[in-house]
Design a protein around this ligand. Structure first.
Ligand code: TMP
Length: 216
């Protein structure tokens, strides 16, 4: 086995970005080689695509255009950042990944899941996270928290309705029901220190059965 891919998911304001960076710090403190990254983004080109998706300007972005931009960014991110880090034997902590497409474009935009699954497989070469933490939070609470975030620049998704995010949340929970061994559901309203402790303890369990190997 080479590196390990761990992802964090959740709706806006769920706290997943905070938890991704706390996990990154904890692994660094334990001298474990770790790469913190995010989607959309995580490589120079993918970050440019992120800007296009989130701030598309006056031209409305069609659902198909949005989907394929997410997938283009993912293919680039996997090739340029994730696979090289896994090849070096690192733990990759990624803020959103393939499940976000199933939840937002599947649940939110109602694009058929079989199609999304094929695109995800194609863009990632079949790469799957070993563990995914889903920070679940009621939509109202999440949106309220996101609104009060300091320095946040409103993006295209901030204009979506509450029912859009309800559909996204419901699809995330459905994915977790289908894959309970991979997707761990955590209460996003819990104190962030408690969540960080739960995540760290679980990652330590995974790491105890793992020896990093560098790919030749
Ligand atoms: P962020 O809030 O984690 O920075 O993500 C930006 C937005 O992109 C967020 O509203 C979720 C959305 N998104 C999708 O709709 N599909 C995807 O595949 C990904 C990775 C993100």
């Amino acid at each position: 086995m080479t590196g390990l891919l761990i992802t964090l998911e959740g709706i806006e304001g769920s706290g997943k970005t905070t938890q991704a960076s706390l996990l990154h710090e904890a692994l660094q403190a334990d001298q474990i080689p770790v790469c913190l990254t995010r989607e959309p983004g995580g490589s120079p080109i993918a970050e440019r695509i992120r800007e296009l998706i989130l701030h598309s300007g006056d031209e409305p972005l069609a659902p198909g255009g949005e989907l394929l931009l997410f997938l283009a960014a993912r293919a680039q991110h996997v090739a340029q950042t994730i696979r090289p880090a896994l090849g070096r034997g690192e733990v990759v902590v990624c803020d959103r990944f393939t499940d976000a497409t199933l939840a937002y474009q599947g649940g939110g935009r109602t694009i058929p899941e079989t199609f999304l699954t094929s695109l995800n497989e194609w863009a990632t070469g079949g790469l799957k996270p070993v563990r995914t933490y889903l920070l679940d939070i009621p939509v109202k609470d999440g949106l309220e928290r996101a609104k009060h975030r300091t320095g946040a620049r409103p993006d295209r998704f901030d204009q979506e309705s509450q029912s859009f995010f309800e559909a996204v949340r419901a699809r995330y929970l459905e994915l977790a029901r289908r894959e309970p061994e991979r997707i761990v559901v955590l209460r996003g309203t819990d104190p962030k220190e408690r969540l960080a402790h739960q995540i760290r303890a679980d990652v330590q369990r995974i790491l105890s059965g793992w020896t990093p190997k560098v790919q030749r």
